[in-house]
Design a protein around this ligand. Structure first.
Ligand code: NIG
Ligand code: FE
Length: 424
């Protein structure tokens, strides 16, 4: 395979070389940095070679991209998003900024249910178009791999349409997307007004929605919002046990609003991830570590909702592998820039910059079964690379939110200039 281009003489390449499993404890601090180094990318969009720039020896006449003064790292992997939705909730944002409470808005039939109404009335094309513009912004900020959940349908047709929209974006735009059926995101209107019971809806998820998502090849994972005002541990256990039986990997929205038992359930069922984790104790952390569940921290949501930040430091010290993701959704956090969220994981969750980088790349990739493909800079892996306009990766935290992405590649293709390419 011939070399297409070389990112040459970068001040630093953060390779994250090492085992393919999730990193925990001190392993999360090791970025395995090469200095004055180059990365060669083949015609197939894979990494052909990584090493010290003066050892570069590649066949043919590849394009040489001068990366002096830059930092190359694996492109970000966003392991928790709700990107497929219609409408927005900016009115709610203003209400919350003037004191209204997220849970109270939700209990009054707004919040998630407002997005459900908008999403139910949008067709697949509209969902694809809206999601594509969100993803374009995320690509520009350095994310090339996405987990996308449904959860704004709460009925078979719309749940499947959301998942189909995500699959279509993967196919049509050449994106790497993994999908999660989150039909158990909230109880729909007819349960709230007593026309049917909560258990009826749980049965519909188990007997209709999840089997259809699997039959149609639309879901890789299942998730449940197991929390105060949402699904109880017993209801969540039913959904997750059924999902497991259907061959889906498990992810759990857990302990965001209170110490509600979701984290323990994730450990008990061997879920891949337990996400949020604002309210966990030593026993919860021990259970997660023992079961090898990755904690997905979502500090953007803490910021936007004015909630406490999950104690990431304690999770790392307890030996729980940690990932960081945006949670990008229309209500509780519409942030899209994982580089910024990674900085929040330092300021809020008390991770070090190195830990936060591992959390937003390799560890996130592990939770999506993609550690052989993305999250490290190693030969044969996909050339999903983020080139920063700085020689110090700590600038991601120090200058949080600054436009540091100098170039972003997904499978060797520039993806940070798609709009300009379309114009010219
Ligand atoms: O992860 N916690 C539940 N679900 C989302 C919020 C979705 C919404 O508000 O629309 C979350 O924060
Ligand atoms: Fe979420």
């Amino acid at each position: 395979m011939s070399v297409a281009f070389v990112l040459h003489r970068a001040a630093k390449v953060l390779t994250l070389a090492g085992p393919q499993r999730p990193r925990r404890g001190r392993e999360m601090s090791d970025l395995c940095i090469l200095e004055d180094a180059s990365v060669a990318v083949d015609e197939d969009g894979r990494i052909a070679w990584v090493g010290s720039a003066h050892n570069l020896d590649v066949p043919g006449d590849p394009e040489i991209v001068d990366c002096r003064g830059k930092t190359i790292l694996p492109a970000f992997v966003d392991a928790h998003t709700h990107l497929v939705y219609a409408g927005d909730r900016k009115d709610e944002l203003e209400m919350r900024l003037s004191g209204a409470d997220y849970e109270a808005i939700f209990a009054a039939g707004g919040g998630i249910l407002a997005s459900v109404r908008a999403t139910r009335s949008a067709d697949e094309d509209a969902l694809v178009t809206a999601t594509r513009s969100r993803i374009r912004r995320m690509l520009r900020a350095g994310t090339t791999t996405f987990e996308i959940k449904s959860g704004y349908g709460l009925e078979p047709a719309t749940e499947l349409r959301q998942l189909a929209a995500a699959r279509r974006l993967a196919r049509e735009d050449g994106l790497r997307i993994r999908t999660t059926c989150l039909a158990a995101h909230a109880f729909p209107e007819d349960v709230r007004d007593g026309r049917r019971t909560a258990d009826d809806f749980v049965s519909e998820i188990c007997e209709t929605i999840l089997p259809a998502a699997v039959r149609e090849g639309l879901a890789d994972y299942a998730d449940v919002f197991c929390d105060r005002g949402a699904f109880s541990v017993e209801q969540a256990r039913r959904v997750l046990a059924r999902a497991k039986e259907l061959g889906l990997g498990l992810r759990v929205h857990a302990n965001e609003l209170g110490p509600t038992g979701g984290a323990r359930l994730a450990a008990e069922l061997g879920a891949l991830t337990a996400d949020h984790l604002l309210f966990v104790d030593d026993d919860d952390r021990r259970a997660l570590a023992r079961a090898g569940v990755t904690a997905v921290l979502l500090p953007g949501t803490s910021l936007v909702l004015g909630k406490p930040f999950a104690d990431g430091r304690a999770l790392i010290e307890a030996g729980v592998p940690v990932a960081v993701a945006t949670d990008s959704n229309p209500g509780s956090c519409a942030l899209e820039n994982l580089g910024l969220v990674l900085a929040l994981a330092c300021y809020g969750n008390r991770l070090s910059p190195a830990e936060a980088i591992v959390a937003a790349t390799h560890n996130a990739a592990c939770t999506l079964g993609l550690a052989h493909e993305v999250g490290r800079v190693e030969p044969t892996m996909a050339a999903d690379l983020l080139v920063l306009d700085t020689d110090d990766p700590r600038d991601l935290v120090y200058h949080a939110g600054s436009p540091l992405a100098w170039a972003v590649y997904c499978r060797g293709r520039r993806v940070d200039r798609l709009d300009e390419a379309a114009k010219s």
